[in-house]
Design a protein. Structure first.
Lengths: 257, 262
C-alpha cells in the first residue's frame, strides 16, 4: 500500500490523491517512487480508461519539491534527483490514457510541471500556479521546456526569471487551465471530464497520446540532459542549499510569530 | 452539379464549398476539385487573393465525408491519407493570400483548411470542431495545426475532448481574427482580400513564401506521421466501428451533419 498517495476507483476512472497535506502535498523521493509505480500500474489496468490527479486538503494541489530533502543535496545527489524526475515524468508521459488534473489549490514548481504534463486542467478561482524555483536558488530546465511548448518564449522567460505565481484567471486566459469552476465542484467536474474521455474510442485515444509524446520527446530529453548539467553546477556552488535554509527558516519564523 | 464553385471578380477569387445538404463535407470529388482549382488560381496572374467560404448558412465545411470514410477497408488507410496529403499540400503551397469566411460549422479537415489560411473571419454562429477522436481517428494533422496556432496546452484539450469552439472563444484565443454578422461576412472577407491584394506584391510574395515554407516543414512531418497513425487505427477496425455507431445513434437514416449542426 502506498504511504504518501491514495488511489481511488469509480467505474472506469481512477483517482490518484497526493496525500501529504501537512506539507501541502510536497513530494520527496519515496513519494515520487509511489507515483511512478502507480501510474505504470494504472496504465496497464484494462478497466481503467482515465485518471484524475488531485491533492488532499483544500490548500494545495502540491507545493512541489519538499525542500527539507533538497537542502541536504550535493552535486551528485542533484544529478540523481533529475533521474528521479525522468522516471516519474516519464511514467506520466507514457500513459495511454487521459490524465485530468483536478486543481484543488496551489501548484508550484515541479507540481506546476506535473500539472502541465496532464491533458486537461480544471481548477477554481483560488488556484495559483507557477515556477518559483529561482526564489529558492534552483535553476529551471523542465519548467521552461513545458511552458515554452504551451506559451511561447516571451511568457516563458518572464515567468521563469520572476518566479511569480499566476492566479487562476491568468492561467485560464493564457490557456494553462482549461476550465474554472467553483472550488467545491472541481472534483466533480474533473470526474465528469474523465468519464467523458474514458468513453472515447480507446485506440484513437492511445494514438493521440502517443503522438503528443512523440512531438515532445526531443524537448523532454534535452531538458533532462540540460537539467543534470545545470543542477550539478548549481548545487556545487552551494547556493540552492543556502537559499533553501533561509527560506525554511523564514517560513518557520512566520509560523511561530 | 459540382461540389466546388469558383469565380473571379476584380482580382479576387472566391471558392465556395458547395454541398450544403452535407454541410459542404469534403468528399473525394470536392477535394480533387479544390486541389485543381488552387493550382489554376495560383497560376492565374490576374488573381491576387483568394476568399474561401461554404454554401448555405449552416456550414462552412464539415470535414471529411464520413459516409465515404466509413466505407474504407482496412487496407485503404495509407492510400486515403495520400489523397489528403495532395489536398493539404495544394492549400499549404498556395502562393497568394487566403481569407476564410467561416459562415458556419468548420469541422475536422474543414477546420484544418481554415487553419492553413491567413485571415479568418467568422459569423457569430460559426463553430470550430476537431472531433476526430469521436469517430476513432487520431488527430495528427489537426494536432499539428492547433499546436502551431494555440500551443500544446489548448491543443491537447481540444484534440482529446473533441468539443466545439464557439466563435467568441475562437476570437478570444486568436484563431479567428474578427467576428462579422453573417449577412456581411462575405463582403468583409472580400474587403480583407482586397486589402491584401493591394500590398506591395514582391514583399507579399516573399513574406507568404517564407510563412508557407515554414508551415510546410511541420505539415510534411505531420502528414507522414498521420499516414502511419491512421493506418494503425484503421487496421484495428475501431474507426469503422465508431463511425457505424455514430450512424446508428442517428437512427440509421440521418447524416453526420445533424450532429455537427446540433
Amino acid at each position: 500500500m502506498p504511504e504518501f498517495i491514495k488511489v481511488e476507483r469509480s467505474g472506469a476512472v481512477a483517482t490518484v490523491v497526493l496525500n501529504r497535506p501537512e506539507v501541502m502535498n510536497a513530494w520527496h523521493s519515496p513519494m515520487r517512487v509511489e507515483i511512478t509505480q502507480t501510474m505504470r500500474r494504472l496504465n496497464g489496468e484494462p478497466n481503467v480508461m482515465a485518471i484524475v490527479l488531485t491533492g488532499a486538503g483544500d490548500k494545495a494541489f502540491c507545493a512541489g519539491q519538499d525542500l527539507n530533502e533538497t537542502k541536504t543535496f550535493d552535486a551528485d545527489r542533484a544529478a540523481e534527483w533529475i533521474e528521479e524526475w525522468r522516471r516519474m515524468y516519464g511514467a506520466i508521459r507514457a500513459l495511454d490514457k487521459p490524465l485530468i488534473a483536478a486543481l484543488n489549490g496551489v501548484a508550484a514548481g515541479s507540481a506546476f510541471q506535473v500539472a502541465l504534463l496532464t491533458d486537461v486542467r480544471i481548477g477554481h478561482p483560488g488556484v495559483r500556479m507557477g515556477q518559483p524555483e529561482i526564489n529558492s536558488g534552483i535553476a529551471s530546465t523542465l519548467g521552461p521546456w513545458l511552458m515554452r511548448e504551451m506559451l511561447g518564449l516571451s511568457r516563458t522567460v518572464e515567468l521563469t526569471l520572476s518566479g511569480r505565481m499566476m492566479d487562476a484567471a491568468e492561467c485560464h486566459a493564457i490557456g494553462l487551465i482549461h476550465r474554472i469552476v467553483p472550488a467545491p465542484e472541481v472534483m466533480a467536474a474533473a470526474l465528469a471530464t474523465a468519464g467523458e474521455l474514458a468513453a472515447k474510442p480507446p485506440v484513437a485515444m492511445r494514438l493521440n497520446k502517443r503522438r503528443f509524446r512523440e512531438i515532445t520527446e526531443a524537448g523532454f530529453n534535452d531538458a533532462l540532459e540540460a537539467g543534470i548539467r545545470i543542477q550539478k553546477e548549481s548545487y556545487a556552488s552551494g547556493e540552492p542549499q543556502r537559499w533553501m535554509e533561509r527560506f525554511l527558516a523564514e517560513r518557520a519564523k512566520r509560523r511561530t510569530a | 452539379m459540382t461540389g466546388l464553385l469558383v469565380d473571379r471578380e476584380d482580382g479576387i477569387a472566391l471558392a465556395t464549398f458547395n454541398r450544403p445538404a452535407a454541410l459542404n463535407a469534403l468528399d473525394t470529388a470536392t477535394r480533387l476539385a479544390m486541389t485543381e482549382a488552387l493550382a489554376g488560381l495560383a497560376a492565374d496572374a490576374s488573381v491576387l487573393a483568394l476568399v474561401v467560404t461554404g454554401a448555405g448558412e449552416r456550414g462552412y465545411c464539415a470535414g471529411q465525408d464520413i459516409r465515404e470514410s466509413a466505407a474504407l477497408g482496412q487496407a485503404d488507410g495509407a492510400r486515403w491519407m495520400e489523397s489528403w496529403r495532395t489536398y493539404f499540400a495544394a492549400v499549404a503551397s498556395f502562393p497568394k493570400p487566403i481569407v476564410h469566411a467561416i459562415n458556419g460549422v468548420a469541422a475536422g479537415a474543414g477546420f484544418e483548411t481554415v487553419l492553413m489560411g491567413d485571415i479568418r473571419l467568422a459569423a457569430p454562429h460559426a463553430r470550430l470542431i476537431m472531433a476526430e477522436v469521436d469517430i476513432g481517428l487520431p488527430a495528427i494533422v489537426g494536432g499539428f495545426l492547433l499546436k502551431t496556432h494555440l500551443g500544446h496546452s489548448r491543443m491537447t484539450e481540444l484534440v482529446l475532448t473533441g468539443r466545439p469552439i464557439a466563435a467568441d472563444e475562437a476570437r478570444q484565443i486568436g484563431i479567428v481574427h474578427e467576428i462579422v454578422p453573417a449577412s456581411e461576412l462575405l463582403s468583409a472577407a472580400r474587403k480583407r482580400a482586397r486589402n491584401l491584394a493591394d500590398k506591395p506584391p514582391v514583399a507579399l510574395r516573399l513574406t507568404l513564401g517564407e510563412l508557407r515554407a515554414g508551415f510546410r516543414r511541420g505539415l510534411s512531418e505531420a502528414t507522414t506521421a498521420a499516414a502511419r497513425y491512421q493506418s494503425e487505427a484503421i487496421a484495428t477496425g475501431e474507426p469503422q466501428r465508431a463511425m457505424a455507431e455514430f450512424f446508428a445513434r442517428r437512427r440509421g437514416g440521418a447524416t453526420a451533419t445533424e450532429r455537427l449542426d446540433a
